[in-house]
Ligand binder design. Structure first.
Ligand SMILES: Nc1ncnc2c1ncn2[C@@H]1O[C@H](COP(=O)(O)OP(=O)(O)OP(=O)(O)O)[C@@H](O)[C@H]1O
Ligand SMILES: CC(=O)N[C@H]1[C@@H]2OC[C@@H](O2)[C@@H](O)[C@@H]1O[C@H](C)C(=O)O
Length: 397
């Protein structure tokens, strides 16, 4: 960091509109979502437009390096240490590659907003140690990204949330409230990624608080079973396996008995809890063989029911806008429509944001808030969420 760097950042903060690249690599480990956004204003005046978007697929070898340290209580510390810069360097390469294909020079971009890769998420509800705080770890260091791309980088968004009393997730409410609140009606933004989470947005004209909460597994268990069935299958494409099976009601009841579903909202979880080990424990206690298609049909219904239970508890049920890869699972969407009869369900496309890009845009908006907004924007606005701006600044020089 230099005085010139600080002046450059102050200049970016003073602009009417900023070009910000939002980066998200989620729990599905499918690739890096890269959203080049034009963001203007700040706080409730924020407007974000996606100029370009792509998901840059990870190579199988990169994915298996991440998987080796992902959501595990014991890992090879050297492998983890190496991945910290390796993830950042890989993300930087993917960004530079996308920019060159889009004909955009890095010098035109004001900020990179990088979520990094969550390696382990440990809210108290998971680790159970009252003497230890909520904790979460994202790797893919911001300094490396900044030096490699030459662009000021904002990263590591979740630590401030925890330091100020939150669980470090979901952060969606902060961006959703700024971008999608309607003056006169309530909305739900539902994201079905590896983990399903939702944001409740009250009418912005009132004084009610927004909140976002994880719900449970979206695709993570279905993806793991698909991979176990056929290692070349990244997920149950178009729900082909689930459609060939039937729901095992006894298993479904066991899965829904998980204590996490009894906790009040907002709450967070991850593949640390909802893992193959967790599923195998339930299958074992069931004491009966379940075929892969039946297991997939049951998991599909399980995700749909837990989502419908969470949204159905809101009275009246607001209009629903879906994002994340789960929106592409046709049986999951049919199950949801069946369980929430009469509810208006659309994708976030109806709000002008491509569903796969929504989380990457969220981090662009959080970076925008850090440089040009104010923590006061969020005071008393987000239930269970401290009034904070989030992210750490890395300078390329
Ligand atoms: N055609 C399809 N049929 C079924 N499922 C699909 C299809 N396309 C995508 N998916 C699901 O979407 C997932 C990817 O979703 P997404 O990219 O939103 O996850 P993520 O961002 O990694 O997760 P999170 O939000 O939990 O971090 C895939 O792993 C798969 O389960
Ligand atoms: C710790 C972590 O990475 N959590 C992710 C994950 O993926 C979905 C869900 O679990 C959500 O809580 C969160 O991401 C989104 C972007 C959020 O913070 O809103």
């Amino acid at each position: 960091m230099s005085l010139a760097g600080v002046r450059h950042l102050a200049g970016i903060a003073g602009k009417d509109r900023r070009l910000i690249i939002g980066l998200m690599s989620g729990t599905s480990l499918d690739g890096l979502d890269i959203a080049l956004c034009e963001v203007s204003g700040a706080g409730f005046d924020t407007e974000a437009r996606i100029l370009k978007f792509e998901t840059a697929d990870y190579s199988e070898s990169f994915r298996s390096r991440i998987r080796a340290v992902f959501a595990k209580t014991s890992v090879d510390l050297e492998a983890l240490t190496l991945l910290h810069p390796v993830i950042a360097d890989t993300h930087a390469e993917l960004v530079l590659d996308a920019l060159s294909r889009w004909g955009v020079s890095p010098a035109e971009v004001d900020l990179v907003a990088s979520h990094g890769q969550t390696i382990y998420h440990a809210p108290r509800s998971l680790h159970g140690d009252e003497a230890s705080p909520n904790a979460t770890l994202q790797i893919g260091d911001g300094d490396h990204l900044s030096v490699r791309t030459g662009i000021i980088t904002i990263s590591d968004f979740r630590q401030k949330h925890i330091a100020a009393g939150g669980e470090g997730a979901p952060l969606a409410a902060y961006g959703d409230a700024l971008l999608f609140s309607a003056p006169d009606r309530a909305r739900v933004l539902l994201n079905i990624g590896g983990i399903a989470n939702y944001t409740f947005l009250p009418p912005s004209e009132g004084h009610a608080e927004a909140f976002s909460s994880d719900i449970g597994p979206g695709n993570t268990l279905m993806d793991a079973v698909a991979r176990q069935h056929d290692p070349s299958l990244p997920y149950d494409r178009d729900a082909a396996l689930a459609r060939a099976g039937s729901v095992n009601d006894a298993l479904l009841r066991r899965l829904k008995g998980e204590a996490f579903f009894g906790l009040s909202m907002p709450k967070t979880t991850g593949p640390e809890l909802f893992s193959m080990r967790w599923l195998e424990r339930h299958l074992h206690s069931l004491g009966a063989q379940v075929s892969t298609p039946d297991l997939m049909a049951t998991l599909n219904r399980f995700s749909a029911e837990t989502i419908a239970d969470a949204i159905g508890a809101l009275d009246p049920i607001p209009e629903i806008f879906v994002s994340g890869g789960g929106a592409r699972n046709p049986l999951l969407m049919e199950n949801l429509a069946h369980l929430l009869p009469g509810a208006s369900v659309q994708t976030t496309e109806a709000l002008g944001i491509e569903p796969d890009a929504k989380e990457a845009v969220l981090f662009a908006v959080l970076a925008n808030e850090l440089v040009a907004g104010s923590m006061e924007t969020f005071r008393g606005r987000i239930r269970g969420g401290p009034a904070v701006t989030m992210g750490k600044v890395s300078f390329p020089d």
